[in-house]
Design a protein around this ligand. Structure first.
Ligand code: FFO
Ligand code: GTP
Ligand code: MG
Length: 458
């Protein structure tokens, strides 16, 4: 449910900006939004009135001051409120050359009431007009930033309101409970059913459980938005940098036969079957007298700690690859353990991992095992970030998580509160926290609706 469009003050500036990427391109789109958008369209095209709404119309753009032809293009007219921003909007589609874009923007800048738009200003107006809620605004930003197919799907789903509908559904349950409770408080002389408060607290408990269950899901949406962080760890010289380069298909990190080559964390970004990954190459884990290497090892441990997935690369070129420095990683059943340099191993047996597991064999020298490792890594990354199309929409930002945690905590307090008035206060806090998620903070509208059919005093 969206808010009614507020009436704008008469001196609201009309915004304009290049909406396509700056620089050379086939076509450039300039958007104009606000009360003078129609007048600006007419001034630049020499038309007496804007063309038919939402139909591309051929136009010759002229400098209104000199009459000089600036470009030959198309115009589109979106009269408010049925436009992206809810205001009158015009689009000028010109040729995407720097000089053309500059000429059109300069011509717009001198028109009365027109102001260059700040980043996000059109979407801000769309939000203020109630066209988009905050989760849709965030999704739009994610859609523009999406680099992989799975990111694009998640952003589009959120833009289309999947998360907003989930949150609104919770909020309506909450406001309904609150409305009933307020009725018991305000009309306590009237004969409301005795059972109202307990049944209401049951509803609150059910809502709290639903929100807690959603919070308990792994943070797949955030991982898909930010990329699954994979740390490549292991003893020096195991071939960690060689592996990172092989996966990145470029020489991102220095490789050498000298143990202790990598000191800093080197990050590369991968797209594994549509799922974004941030792969970190790290310093080989060992005790070292070299202070720079010590710092590298400290950073490697910090990465290991922060990563969503740890890949331990063992050196198959040494007799006992299970170095004590990597024992904690080996002990963790979640670590993906890989034995590299199998080409050097000859008949030496593979190390056995705890639980009888075997490491994945790999030779970066011959390429043997690289495909199998890539498939396994892709599956691990997918299982960490994929939400099925049928699953409830994922939370995609820490902000969503914090708002839901605040809601859950307020609901838990409400259930323990000793007086109906205090229960109501906690429910109001919970509703406000949920409202902040979508940007709807006022509850009065819904209270009115619900009170309207409550049949009190009859
Ligand atoms: N040229 C162009 N391409 C574009 C956009 C744009 O603004 N201009 N978009 C910009 O993001 C996206 C399309 N999104 C849009 C969303 C809403 C409306 C719009 O006019 N909405 C009216 C309803 C119009 C109707 O369907 O009758 C409304 O919401 O009231 C237009 C574009 C992607 N491509
Ligand atoms: N024979 C053989 N040599 C390999 C293989 N993989 C990597 N190497 C070599 O092993 C040496 C070390 O490789 P790096 O990738 O630099 O190893 P690293 O684990 O990053 O080492 P540090 O950064 O020092 O911790 C290089 O000379 C590589 O060419 C392999 O599968 N077989
Ligand atoms: Mg290295």
């Amino acid at each position: 449910m969206l808010r009614a469009m507020p009436t704008q003050p008469p001196d609201t500036p009309t915004l304009f900006a290049l909406s396509t990427a700056p620089g050379r391109a086939g076509v450039a789109v300039i958007r104009v939004s606000g009360p003078n958008a129609g007048a600006a369209l007419c001034a630049l095209t020499g038309r007496a009135a804007p063309p038919e709404p939402r139909r591309a119309t051929r136009a010759r753009f002229r400098d209104p001051a000199t009459g000089e032809t600036l470009d030959d293009g198309l115009v589109l007219w979106f009269p408010g409120p049925a436009s992206y921003t809810g205001e009158d909007m015009a689009e000028l589609h010109g040729h995407g050359g720097r000089a053309t874009i500059r000429a059109l923007l300069d011509a717009l800048a001198v028109l009365p009431g027109l102001t260059p738009a700040e980043p996000g200003a059109f979407t801000r107006r769309a939000f203020d007009a109630g066209k988009l809620d905050l989760t849709a605004v965030e999704a739009l930003a994610d859609l523009i930033d999406a680099e992989t197919a799975a990111q694009r799907r998640q952003a589009l789903r959120q833009k289309d309101g999947a998360l907003a509908r989930l949150v609104e559904g919770w909020r309506e349950r909450l406001v309904r409970a609150l409305a009933h409770l307020e009725a018991t408080i305000d009309f306590s002389d009237e004969d409301l059913p005795e059972t109202l408060l307990p049944s209401l607290l049951d509803d609150v408990a059910a809502l709290e459980a639903d929100i807690a269950a959603h919070l308990a899901e792994p943070p797949r949406g955030e991982r898909l938005r930010d990329g699954v962080h994979v740390a490549v760890l292991g003893p020096p010289n195991a071939g960690k940098s060689s592996l990172v380069n092989a996966l990145a298909r470029r020489e991102a990190a220095i490789v050498s036969a000298i143990a202790g080559t990598t000191r800093d964390v080197v990050e590369v970004h991968l797209d594994l079957d549509g799922f974004p990954v941030v792969l970190a190459d790290t310093a080989g884990l060992r005790d070292s007298a070299d202070v720079i290497e010590q710092e590298g090892v400290r950073r490697a441990h910090a990465r290991a700690e922060a990563a969503d997935l740890r890949l331990l690369l063992l050196d198959g070129g040494v007799e006992d690859p299970l170095d004590p420095a990597v024992a904690p990683l080996v002990a963790d059943a979640e670590t993906l353990v890989v034995l590299n340099k199998t080409d050097l191993r000859g008949a030496a047996p593979f190390p056995i991992l705890p639980g009888g597991r075997a490491p994945l064999p790999l030779s970066l020298a011959t390429g043997a095992g690289l495909q199998a490792l890539l498939s396994m890594l892709t599956e691990r990354v997918r299982s960490q970030s994929e939400t099925g199309a049928a699953a409830p929409p994922a939370l995609t930002r820490a902000r969503h998580r914090h708002a839901l945690e605040e809601t859950r905590d307020a609901l838990a307090r409400a259930r323990e509160a000793p007086l109906p008035e205090l229960v109501a206060e906690d429910l109001r806090l919970a509703a406000r926290a949920l409202g902040r998620l979508t940007g709807r903070v006022d509850v009065e509208d819904l209270l009115d609706v619900i009170f309207g059919d409550f049949c009190i005093g009859k």
